[in-house]
Each structure stands twice: as C-alpha cells, then as structure tokens.
Design a protein around this ligand. Structure first.
Ligand code: SF4
Length: 315
C-alpha cells in the first residue's frame, strides 16, 4: 500500500461513447512506433467482447491463496490491427485487407428484443491497483507503485519485454511494444498530476463522467462517491487486485410493453451487472434511484449534486 492513493470514479450513466478520452490519451502518449495498436484507455460497448477481445476470459489476477496467476497473452489481432484504406477505389473506399476485428468492432451492438434492447459503454484505463498483479508477476522488479500517490508505473530501463505483466493483469492493461521490446501502460498522466492538473481523459471528457482525486480527501468527489455515498464500485472485484478505478453502474432504462408503457423492471439484467461489479450493485442502484427521486421532489441531494457538479477533480 502507498501512503496516499489517487483514484478515479467513472459515472457510466453519463458516458456518450464518444471516445474523446481514448483520443486524448492517444494524442498525448501513444504516437510513437509500436504504439499504433495501443489504447491505454479504451471504451468498450457492453455486452461485448471488449478490448482486447474476450479479455475477461484470459485469466490473471490472484487466486484464493493470494498467489499471482499468469493468464493468456493476447495476440495483436485480439486488439485489432490498424488497416489501410483502398484510396484507388474513390469515392467508395474500403479497408484493405478486409478486417474481421478491430477496436470498437462491436460498438453500439446491444442485446435484448426490440423495444427492450440495451447496451452501455464501459471506459477502461489501468486501475492502479492496491495489489497490482502486473507488479507481482514481473521477474525484473520493473514495475513499482509510487509512495506519494499509488500510481503504478513500468520502469522502461528495467523492463526486458518478458510480458509477464500482460499475462498477470486480469484487466489486460499493460501493452507490449514490439518496436522497443518493452511493456507500457496508462500512467494516470503523472506528469500532469504533478503540476496539479488531472489526467487528459478526465479533463477532456465531453460527458464529464470522470472524477479524480486522492482517496483520503474527504472533501473530494472520489471520496464522497466511493466511501461516503457508496455508489461507486470497482470492476471485477473478485480478481483480487483491489482496483482504484470505480464505476457508478448504469441505471437501466425501464422495460416497456407493446404500447410503450413502462413496466418497472430495468432492461439490463441485474445478474449481468453483478457479474461485472459484484453483489453490492443492487444496493448501489437502489441508492441512486432514491436520490434521483429526492432531487425530483425538489429536495437537496448531496449525492446527485456531486454527480452533476463541475468540481470533478482535486489533485
Ligand atoms: Fe497492474 Fe493491471 Fe492493476 Fe493496472 S489494472 S495496476 S496493469 S494489475
């Protein structure tokens, strides 16, 4: 554990799926050779196979005895290879060769039967975990967690490109750079944070869905949403890495009958949300609905005010 820990809260209810965060991150850190396929931050449509494809089935994390597990190594085709465009066929241009997978391949692909279809967006940076499986698995001790803010970094001098971190991270958030023979990952924009500005994905987010700050800052939005109101929960807590990225889960649109009448239940199966965010998601959704009702009655809800506030970070 570090002395202090920076954390992020992502309100899925406000995510537009616009990928501004992904592009902000890509423009800032991922313009070099070997980084073409990388998105340290990605936004995947759920339900769907995600990025890299089927990452949740690849293993990693810690077992019940606290032993780090080495999962599968994704191939570059699981991320999606950048393709060329066939400009000679203008005005009808097509990718060349014809791809069968890529980032956002399943964008906006939903589930369920009309009119009760559903999907939502799941943004995913590195979680800067309290117990980073990447760090535990590295035989070179090239990965470290900073004392002052808990950011997990890969020392590019020490890394030899063995890719144990890629296999051990159950979120598949380290990436292998074939040009440098090193692993890389999201750095929580630490050079920006050290200057008192938030990560690029937080600052640029068009939907203003991201909150950022120290977990022990009791006046900050992260503390309030995670600890005080308990409406932000980690993704796949069962992986055992104790992530520091938290999610306000999606409040499902109500199911409707044949004539469009609301039927009470949400469209997104609760079991699906529990498979992502753990068993506390039911309580979280109840709290959110109660506070929304309170705000609609014209009463003050500090929780809703926090969620819609412009005060989204304190670093
Ligand atoms: Fe390491 Fe993966 Fe946790 Fe990031 S999400 S700190 S890469 S184990």
């Amino acid at each position: 554990m570090s002395q202090r820990q920076l954390a992020m809260v992502i309100d899925i209810n406000k995510c537009l799926g616009c990928q501004t965060c992904t592009i902000a991150d890509k423009n800032m850190w991922l313009r070099g050779p070997g980084q073409e396929y990388m998105c340290w931050n990605s936004v995947e449509t759920r339900p769907g196979d995600g990025y890299p494809r089927r990452w949740e089935k690849m293993g990693g994390g810690f077992d019940a005895n606290g032993e780090v597990q080495l999962g599968d190594l994704p191939g570059v085709e699981d991320y999606g290879v950048p393709w060329e465009w066939d400009w000679e066929k203008l005005p009808h241009i097509f990718p060349r060769p014809q791809p069968s997978w890529g980032p956002n391949w399943q964008e906006d692909v939903g589930e369920g039967e009309y009119p009760n279809t559903w999907y939502f967006y799941l943004p995913r940076p590195c979680n800067h975990c309290n117990k980073p499986a990447c760090l535990a698995a590295c035989p070179r001790q090239a990965i470290y967690k900073r004392e002052e803010d808990g950011i997990v970094l890969i020392d590019q001098e020490r890394c030899r490109g063995y890719r144990y971190c890629v296999r051990a991270c159950p979120y598949k958030k380290p990436y292998y750079n074939v040009q440098t023979n090193k692993a890389e990952k999201c750095i929580f924009c630490f050079p920006r944070v050290e200057k008192g500005v938030p990560p690029a994905c937080v600052a640029q987010c068009a939907g203003r869905i991201r909150f950022f700050g120290f977990m022990d800052d009791t006046e900050g939005p992260v503390y309030k949403l995670v600890k005080k109101f308990k409406v932000a929960v980690p993704l796949h807590p069962e992986y055992g890495t104790e992530p520091n990225v938290y999610y306000v889960p999606p409040i499902s649109t109500p199911r409707v009958g044949n004539n469009g009448e609301p039927q009470g239940q949400g469209r997104i199966p609760l079991a699906y949300l529990e498979s992502l965010f753990g068993p506390s998601v039911r309580q979280v959704l109840d709290t959110l609905r109660q506070e929304i009702a309170r705000a609609r009655r014209g009463e003050t809800s500090e929780l809703i005010q926090t969620l819609v506030s412009n005060q989204r970070w304190r670093v």
